[in-house]
Design a binder for this molecule. Structure first.
Ligand code: SF4
Length: 379
């Protein structure tokens, strides 16, 4: 089922803010995970009482989707008087509002969300027969400047707080439920605006809340965090979450990779491979994403190079035909060429899946999220 389009433009919301995540983020309940909320409550009561109250509060707000509370609500939750004054200083309302909601022909829904300082980010709800996935943003804009990506053209305006990341999920889940959406939202990919590893502390905090059984209860195996390969953050990522790792590869050699992904000049492919070999914990694997561009990286010989590069690593490859983006010279290959590339990878023993574009007609597909530039459409 597809929610109807709606939007609520505002005349004075163009500011993108600046610097780090907004100051008031710690007051947002959604910016706390169970551990940090318990620690904050311990300043007012015993450790065991703090743990118990934190669990009740997370369940009430995130499982039962409460957006307001008062003293009576907290009493009804059996929260003691020692904790209520502190909790009532916390903000449980979503930190984002819907600025635009655009369903695509394939049932994907692109959400343009406005933060309280006017910053705009996008999230994309992707229903499927077996699962419903939400693609979330981790930053307002992005500093990584990949040439095929609309977000990369924006530059980085600011980081999102953990609460603003979590609230993308809260809002999308509510939209999906109220539309009678089926299957339920169960999968999450950090593949929206921003490079998650450039905001890793907030991404990890959000991930802890999203995978907490008392809050959203998503399985860690159904949460995927995608990076362009910020390799010095890999140890912190693996130590901080059981979520899946995706790495954008997109070219079979350094020259071509650096031409479309500036990170390739800082961390060559050999360094990326060495870091993955060194840090990937036992039992975990890597998802490589490989966006195909006609005549650039789509030759069967390129598939051989990719297979050689990943040989011996626990991994699989998602091949993604490119979407229209900022560089008109980067186009998707023909279906035959895509098939030949995938067939060559598979023949080399690589587990390969083609990820067909979703939401392309509403600018919601991979590489198309543009945040602030949507304002031009709204006004
Ligand atoms: S592809 Fe990802 S890392 Fe690259 S510019 Fe776009 S959002 Fe940033």
């Amino acid at each position: 089922m597809t929610p109807a389009r709606s939007h609520a433009p505002s005349a004075d919301r163009g500011s993108q803010g600046s610097g780090a995540a907004i100051d008031r983020a710690p007051r947002l309940l959604a910016s706390h995970d169970a551990e940090s909320l318990t620690a904050a409550l311990e300043a007012h009561g015993t450790a065991s009482a703090a743990r118990s109250v934190a669990a009740k509060v997370l369940r009430h707000v995130f499982r039962e989707d409460a957006t307001t509370w008062d003293d009576d609500t907290l009493r009804a939750l059996d929260v003691g008087g020692w904790a209520r004054p502190f909790l009532l200083t916390m903000d449980v309302a979503p930190s984002l509002e819907i600025a635009d909601q655009v369903p695509s022909a394939d049932d994907t829904v692109r959400l343009l969300l406005r933060a309280r300082d006017g910053a705009l980010v996008e999230a994309v709800l992707i229903p499927g027969p077996a699962r419903t996935t939400l693609c979330v943003s981790s930053q307002v804009g992005c500093a990584r400047a990949c040439t095929f990506c609309e977000t990369g053209r924006l530059g980085l305006a600011r980081q999102l707080s953990a609460g603003e990341i979590v609230d993308q999920v809260r809002i999308a889940r509510r939209i999906w439920r109220s539309a009678g959406g089926d299957p339920a939202l169960s999968n999450l990919v950090f593949m929206g605006m921003g490079e998650p590893f450039d905001n890793l502390a907030e991404v990890l905090r959000a991930t802890r809340l999203l995978t907490d059984g008392r809050a959203f209860g998503l399985a860690p195996s159904r949460v995927t965090v995608s990076t362009v390969g910020v390799i010095d953050k890999l140890p912190a990522f693996f130590a901080g979450t059981r979520a899946e790792l995706a790495v954008s590869l997109n070219a079979p050699d350094d020259r071509r990779r650096a031409a479309i992904m500036p990170i390739g000049a800082r961390f060559p492919l050999a360094a990326l491979r060495e870091a993955l070999d060194r840090t990937l914990p036992a039992g975990r694997r890597v998802l490589f994403e490989y966006v195909l561009f006609e005549g650039f990286n789509d030759a069967p010989e390129d598939a051989n190079l990719v297979a050689e590069y990943i040989r011996g690593l626990r991994c699989r490859v998602n091949v993604i035909p490119s979407n229209p983006g900022p560089d008109p010279s980067l186009r998707p290959p023909s279906p035959d060429r895509i098939d030949a590339f995938v067939a060559r990878l598979s023949a080399c023993g690589v587990t390969t899946l083609v990820r067909r574009p979703r939401g392309r007609d509403v600018g919601g597909a991979c590489g198309q999220l543009a945040g602030a530039r949507r304002l031009a459409v709204l006004r």
